[in-house]
Design a protein around this ligand. Structure first.
Ligand SMILES: Nc1ncnc2c1ncn2[C@@H]1O[C@H](COP(=O)(O)OP(=O)(O)O)[C@@H](O)[C@H]1O
Ligand SMILES: [Mg+2]
Length: 269
């Protein structure tokens, strides 16, 4: 039976779609059959980041409305046979995502997949509420700044009161903190909160810290999830996240400022 993972945040632009693409790809690389669903109706970012935007014919809302079946709408990733993408509709109204409709699609997917990754829109509107509703695991994506942390706290409140697990009095959604766009340099100058600051405020388990990295924009422009960029620190950090999800203990990396060596200090870089 598949695990449903929601990648969520209160604030927009924190790295949810980047993380959804990386995590889904990482799980597939581990041999798990994985589908990643774009819940951001109207925006359609995920298919761009996954590099499959030209293959989109049918979408999530078409399936909910019975205009296409899952088989027609799922896009097979061109790099990994274990990975599928269910794209968002670009035009339709956000109320198309209903509890019944989403539940039916997830039930169908559960029979076939190991992991279902739900890329949530920001905030607490319908799309975001539906993305978190059926979650078993929540990856609360947060940037190391006060407004993002505050909004993540709000999302934790939603998960604990409005998820199916909360409503049906089941074991709570397992919540993890994913700290993204982390810049050790800006932490040391006091412009950003540190890993410990954020952990203290939100008080949930940390699943990873992704550094601020040029490689992310490069990867999304190329339509290749950054976890496939062997050279990038952000890609390596996402690989560590997958290892932790699989139960390994992996030390945090990329959280200390890179000090310049003596030669670089004398001669410049
Ligand atoms: N680790 C990172 N380093 C640098 N830029 C990042 C990082 N993560 C995300 N971004 C950038 O931040 C922006 C928002 O990312 P996105 O994943 O679309 O966020 P969301 O889905 O939360 O709105 C994009 O321009 C993306 O390239
Ligand atoms: Mg997004």
């Amino acid at each position: 039976m598949a695990q449903v993972i929601v990648v969520t945040s209160g604030k927009g632009g924190v790295g949810k779609t980047t993380s959804s693409a990386a995590i889904a790809t990482g799980l597939a690389l581990k041999g798990h059959k994985t589908v990643v669903i774009d819940f951001d109706i109207g925006l359609r970012n995920l298919d761009l980041i996954m590099g499959c935007e030209r293959r989109v014919v049918y979408d999530f809302v078409n399936v909910i409305n019975g205009e296409a079946n899952l088989n027609q709408a799922l896009i097979k990733d061109k790099r990994n046979p274990n990975l599928f993408i269910l794209p968002a509709s670009q035009t339709r109204d956000k109320d198309a995502l209903t509890v019944e409709g989403v539940g039916k699609v997830l039930d169908n997917l559960k029979a076939d997949f190991d992991y279902i990754v739900c890329d949530s829109p920001a905030g607490i509107e319908q799309g975001a509420m539906m993305a978190q509703y059926y979650a078993d695991i929540a990856i609360v994506t947060t940037n190391p700044e006060v407004s993002s942390v505050r909004d993540s706290d709000r999302i934790l409140g939603i998960l604990q009161s409005k998820s199916k697990r909360a409503i049906e009095n089941l074991e709570p959604v397992k919540e993890y903190l994913l700290l993204t766009r982390y810049s050790p340099k800006r932490v040391s100058t006091g412009e950003m909160l540190s890993v410990d600051d954020v952990k203290d405020i939100l008080a949930i388990d940390l699943i990873g810290v992704i550094p601020e990295s040029q490689a992310v924009l490069k990867a999304s422009n190329a339509g290749v999830p950054v976890i496939l960029d062997e050279e990038s620190d952000a890609g390596e950090a996402y690989k560590d996240v997958i290892e932790r999800m699989m139960g390994s203990e992996v030390q945090l990396r990329f959280i200390q400022e890179q000090k310049k060596g003596i030669l670089k200090r004398i001669f410049g870089s």
